[in-house]
Ligand binder design. Structure first.
Ligand SMILES: [Zn+2]
Length: 263
């Protein structure tokens, strides 16, 4: 908000008729710095995440998609990308949030693959932070993902920062940006032929989405408990297609943001 006010202020300054007459100097447009994207491949180390019917581990699938997305985003120099975990290591959820904050990320994308007792359930889904879950399944998913920290025995449950974060997010407009990002991902996945879960944008109290300043979404790329989804998630072409769609979502999100600022 402050940034928008400053921008509006500087435009008014340049447009001043008094200055226009006496200002032969060229107008320097601010050089836009690359946007910083935090990619958060879920789980890692002793925590394999969801397990596929044929034994595929979530932690392996999501880091491959994250690395592919990192490569695609970095082409063209518009983005700088940091990963919250670079290898097969355990990083606590709070540390993931801290790493993104330290990097001053403009966007946070947590990447996962889900599992469901019903093997017919398949498709990708997108989640944003909420104190109250949109439905029972989203609540159960958040509980499962938040348990990642307790996989390492000495970790204690983190205090619930969701309510506090939501207040700060509302004040800073981060909540709206996160929801807009989620809608953009749903649209781009739809256009890219990525199968989606019905009512795919859902909300719940995900610990890894609790950075008040960074618009954030958690994406479940599909269900490892569904044999077709599991197969697809291990195929390189499909991992590339997912990364391509996510890159398209990031592009669309920032071009919308730029359009809103100009308007
Ligand atoms: Zn997960």
């Amino acid at each position: 908000m402050l940034r928008r006010a400053l921008l509006a202020g500087s435009c008014a300054f340049l447009a001043s008729p008094a200055l226009a007459k006496t200002a032969p100097k060229p107008v320097h447009h601010p050089v836009s710095r690359p946007k910083i994207i935090a990619l958060d491949p879920g789980h890692g180390g002793p925590d394999p995440g969801a397990l596929g019917v044929s034994g595929t581990q979530e932690k392996g699938v999501v880091i491959r998609v994250a690395r592919e997305l990192q490569a695609q985003l970095q082409l063209g120099g518009k983005y700088k990308v940091m990963l919250t975990r670079a290898g097969d290591t355990f990083v606590p959820l709070r540390e993931r949030v801290a790493r993104a904050q330290e990097a001053k990320a403009d966007l946070f994308l947590s990447i996962h693959a889900d599992s469901h007792p019903d093997p017919y359930v398949r498709g990708a889904s997108v989640y944003t932070l909420s104190e109250e879950a949109s439905d029972r399944e989203a609540a159960a998913l958040a509980a499962r993902e938040n348990r990642a920290d307790s996989v390492v025995a000495k970790m204690v449950a983190q205090p619930d920062a969701v309510a506090k974060t939501l207040v700060a997010m509302t004040q800073r407009g981060t909540g709206n940006d996160s929801r807009r990002l989620a809608d953009t991902i749903v649209n781009t996945f739809g256009k890219g032929g990525i199968r989606l879960l019905p009512h795919t944008h859902r909300e719940a109290g995900f610990a890894v989405l609790t950075s008040p300043d960074i618009p954030a979404c958690l994406v479940e790329l599909g269900y490892l408990s569904n044999p077709q989804d599991e197969k697809l998630l291990t195929v390189y072409q499909h991992q590339m297609a997912l990364a391509r769609s996510l890159r398209g979502s990031v592009d669309a999100y920032f071009s919308q943001s730029a359009a809103t600022k100009k308007a």
